[in-house]
Design a protein around this ligand. Structure first.
Ligand SMILES: [Zn+2]
Length: 342
């Protein structure tokens, strides 16, 4: 039975890959594929044991993607340049590909940028501006760190807020598996970001030590690194809010302003190669948020999957989220793209 299942899986993957390849090869009207990455970490990096699997690509796989893009005859472009050319009626290649990285992880500089430089690939990094130059990290990484540290008592009173989200793992002791931690993080998204952060801050000091244990090296890009990467004009920076708060969880106009307009002014003050493109955290959009984004930016990236024809609304850009789990071979990458175009 297991053999039949893996046989079927193999053929499904191959069929989607062939379909994806054909659609990409045959496209004639100007089309933009936007690839989304988060963290770039080598196989040996310890951070991988404390990260959601859907967030990580290896430098080798990133390089493989670039080579595939080139072999398809697609043109790597800056996202902003493609939009600018489209809107001014300039000629566009049949198939363009824009590389984008969300959140502003420092590993983008350490492990991604050398690949981008070697291959001369333009890219856009969407920054969470309130995190730049800090030693802070996002709440999912803090929760993982907590759940993956051996000897944490999950029944601790200061973790009472977490209990409803632990599911079957509630009776276990740490370290939980990466998969269990991943599921708990997805359930925690029922809470708003500020509440989770507040709970984490109020954990007892022994728990806080576990949460912050690896915070000695910054996880997020530092200003000097932003400057260095923008020096050769390969990397540009877009907006991903000030604190990575999901917009549909913010209930005041002031809070939305702070995250959307605040991020724009932070980017300007940083004096880096910034572009007026917004990227919705977690893809969550509300009417109020959408209006503010339109007032402050020229385009926006969503988490909707698909390619972009020239007729696509600039504020509804579709992307393909890639990680080792869905694109570690050429066939898997083509199948990931093909599946959404089918
Ligand atoms: Zn993000």
């Amino acid at each position: 039975m297991a053999t039949l299942r893996s046989f079927l899986k193999f053929w499904m993957l191959s069929a989607f890959a062939a379909y994806g390849w054909l659609r990409l090869k045959l496209t004639r009207s100007p089309t933009l594929i936007i690839l989304t990455y988060h963290r770039v970490l080598p196989e040996y990096a310890g951070e991988r044991t404390r990260e959601q699997p859907g967030m990580v690509i290896s430098p080798a796989n990133l390089q493989r993607h670039i080579k595939l893009v080139r072999s398809l005859g697609a043109v790597p472009v800056h996202l902003y340049e493609w939009l600018r050319k489209k809107n001014s009626g300039e000629a566009l290649p049949a198939l363009s590909v824009a590389f984008t990285f969300d959140d502003g992880w420092r590993d983008n500089y350490l492990y991604g940028y050398p690949v981008l430089r070697q291959e001369q690939i333009p890219a856009t990094i969407f920054l969470v501006t309130g995190m730049v130059d800090t030693r802070d990290t996002f709440w999912p990484e803090k929760v993982i760190r907590l759940l993956r540290t051996p000897g944490i008592s999950l029944s601790d009173q200061s973790l009472a807020w977490l209990h409803p989200y632990l599911g079957d793992a509630g009776n276990k002791s740490t370290p939980l598996s990466l998969l269990e931690a991943d599921e708990i993080i997805n359930r925690l998204k029922d809470l708003d970001d500020a509440t989770i952060i507040r709970h984490l801050q109020h954990a007892t000091s022994s728990l806080t030590a576990a949460i912050n244990e690896a915070d000695h090296a910054p996880a997020i890009l530092q200003h000097t690194e932003l400057k260095e990467m923008s020096g050769e004009n390969l990397v540009k920076y877009g907006a991903h809010t000030r604190n990575h708060f999901r917009l549909n969880r913010l209930n005041s106009k002031e809070a939305l302003e702070e995250q959307i307009a605040g991020c724009q002014s932070d980017l300007e003050a940083m004096n880096v190669n910034s572009v007026p493109i917004f990227c919705y955290p977690n893809g969550d959009i509300t009417d109020g948020g959408e209006q503010l984004v339109a007032a402050h930016y020229q385009a926006a990236c969503t988490t909707k999957t698909g390619w972009n024809r020239a007729s696509r609304n600039d504020f509804d850009l579709h992307r393909f989220n890639l990680h080792d789990g869905n694109s570690s071979t050429t066939r898997m990458l083509l199948a990931t793209i093909g599946r959404s175009l089918a």
